[in-house]
Write a protein of this length. Structure first.
Length: 279
């Protein structure tokens, strides 16, 4: 085992409480990373190896910011023209953003990026009229304890609907197949559980895939409890890994896209086995 001083440095690198050697919170994305591969979690959150976002992630951030700024306006101002003005303003900022610059896009690729982003905004307007959305809060930060686990997340939108309160998560990627839908829904179920701690009674949830449409579900207490239980078990496994300082690799089809492939012999071998030699 490490010397206590080493462990203090270990926990401080990942926003941990130095007294308990525990993360201060567990977000859905952090939990998902750990379940996917404990070694990747350590490399990202403890070793803090660079994990630059890819084009899809940067695109998603850009589109989310446009929607956030749009929905924070008065209802009557939420028009396509206003969204275009917001996009132009944010674009100037995006061009100098570290993550965007890191993509090293050519002029043609940059134009394609802009086109794809605006197509998603146009699709959003075809899916709903934002002037009719009764916004409670856009980009709501949540910090609560659910299932005994300190939880942190950011809800894209909470809105008033006829049934009560709806949690909305905007997605810029492709909608999942039925096999993976419940895993995607688990994030909004966790938001519902966290909002309940702040006396918000969620009545339904929505995954809005800007590429295809919305997936709506009424509040399902069994599904919420299941998502909270998975989150709690992930927390327990993570704490055990921290205590033992053992973060095993977990190889699979996603190894080829892991940013830490050069630091993981097992992952490199798995990627080569599945997809052939890397160039």
């Amino acid at each position: 085992m490490s010397h206590p001083a080493d462990k203090i440095r270990f926990v401080n690198s990942v926003d941990m409480d130095a007294q308990t050697f525990r993360p201060r919170h567990l977000s859905p994305s952090s939990a998902s990373t750990f379940r996917q591969c404990p070694r990747r979690w350590r490399m990202r959150y403890i070793d803090q190896l660079p994990d630059p976002p890819g084009e899809a992630a940067v695109l998603g951030t850009f589109v989310h910011q446009i929607l956030e700024d749009l929905l924070n306006l008065d209802a009557g101002e939420r028009s396509v023209d206003t969204a275009r003005d917001i996009a132009r303003k944010l674009w100037d900022e995006t061009l100098t953003d570290e993550d965007f610059v890191g993509l090293c896009l050519s002029e043609t690729e940059t134009k394609s990026f802009m086109w794809k982003a605006w197509r998603l905004i146009e699709k959003y307007f075809s899916l709903e009229d934002p002037s009719e959305v009764e916004v409670v809060r856009a980009e709501q930060k949540l910090s609560a304890e659910i299932g005994g686990v300190p939880f942190y997340g950011i809800v894209d939108l909470t809105e008033r609907v006829s049934s009560g309160l709806r949690v909305v998560d905007y997605k810029t990627g492709k909608a999942p197949g039925s096999k993976y839908l419940e895993d995607k829904l688990s994030q909004v179920w966790l938001y519902a559980a966290a909002l309940a701690q702040e006396d918000f009674d969620v009545s339904e949830v929505r995954l809005m895939y800007l590429t295809s449409g919305s997936i709506d579900r009424p509040l399902d207490s069994v599904a919420v409890a299941g998502a909270v239980d998975v989150h709690r078990r992930t927390w327990d496994d993570l704490c055990q890994a921290i205590d033992s300082e053992k973060f095993p690799h977990r190889t699979g089809p996603l190894c080829n896209w892991c940013p830490y492939l050069d630091h993981c012999p097992e992952g490199s071998k798995e990627a080569e086995r599945r997809y052939g030699p890397r160039h």
